[in-house]
Design a protein around this ligand. Sequence first.
Ligand SMILES: C[S@@+](CC[C@H](N)C(=O)[O-])C[C@H]1O[C@@H](n2cnc3c(N)ncnc32)[C@H](O)[C@@H]1O
Length: 296
Amino acid sequence: MRIDVVTIFPDYLRPLELALVGRAASRDLVDIQTHDLRAWTHDVHRTVDDSPYGGGPGMVMRPEPWDAALRDIVARDPSRRPRVVVPTPAGVPFTQSYAAELAEQDWLIFCCGRYEGIDGRVVDAWADDEISIGDYVLAGGEVATLVMVEAVTRLLPGVVGNAESIIDDSFAHGLLEGPVYTRPPVWEGRAVPEILRSGDHAAIARWRREEALRRTRRRRPELLDRIELSDADRAVVASTIVAAHGGGDDPPVTGVEDAVTAAGAAGVVEDAVTVAERGTIGDGPAPSGCASSHCS
Ligand SMILES: C[S@@+](CC[C@H](N)C(=O)[O-])C[C@H]1O[C@@H](n2cnc3c(N)ncnc32)[C@H](O)[C@@H]1O
């Protein structure tokens, strides 16, 4: 894969020379070229910005240097058409499946905005994707590009030594990955879960699935709506609520097994979760105390 990055701070992209991405580049698995946008300016100050039409604070990146840069870079390989990515907080959320889609391309160009962003006309003319890495505002597109390039590069064939580690990653199957452990077996009085040392691979796989379900239920419950769950999965999801509310001063939750059964019959996870969180079957009153899905 070839990746071009256009920025006014080429040094910001230096981390791409390190670690996994740097090694991938040195093995010719990815070819990353960084370009200084100011190389396509023609005034003595190498100006890339101007004040915004309509007034308001900040500056906007002018369209001419961007258009000249992109034309020039694209012309260097007329046999291929790159996919042009503009990072922006106003973009479509970047996800693991988006990373996988970009990893299928053979040429990506990232355009790193600064100030209030890039003139909308040149974005309309060139961008195939406008992508946000999260609901917060960075000072520029460089860090967002680092995030996306790393997420994409580690999906390229041969980049990650053990391809199975990618298959088991968080989001690969729609769930968060559960906790992982290494030696020693007991650290500071905390033991590694016995099952992981049992050698029973089927039981270990089951335990990992259950941990992934529990963690996803506690931290990112909305992800569960997007995947198909077995009856056994649904039981784990519902029992996670019992665990979350079962200790300390939290009120006891009743009727969870009935909730699971009812939800299983209806084939709807959300029903089990909702009923279990309410703590009763039917229209009974909600228990007092924590009902937050983030409580764990
Ligand atoms: C200060 S921001 C501009 C924010 C813009 N005024 C807005 O509110 O949408 C400057 C640049 O940082 C980058 N950026 C900031 N936050 C980002 C995010 N969450 N995801 C991707 N890029 C981001 C974009 O390249 C953007 O053009």
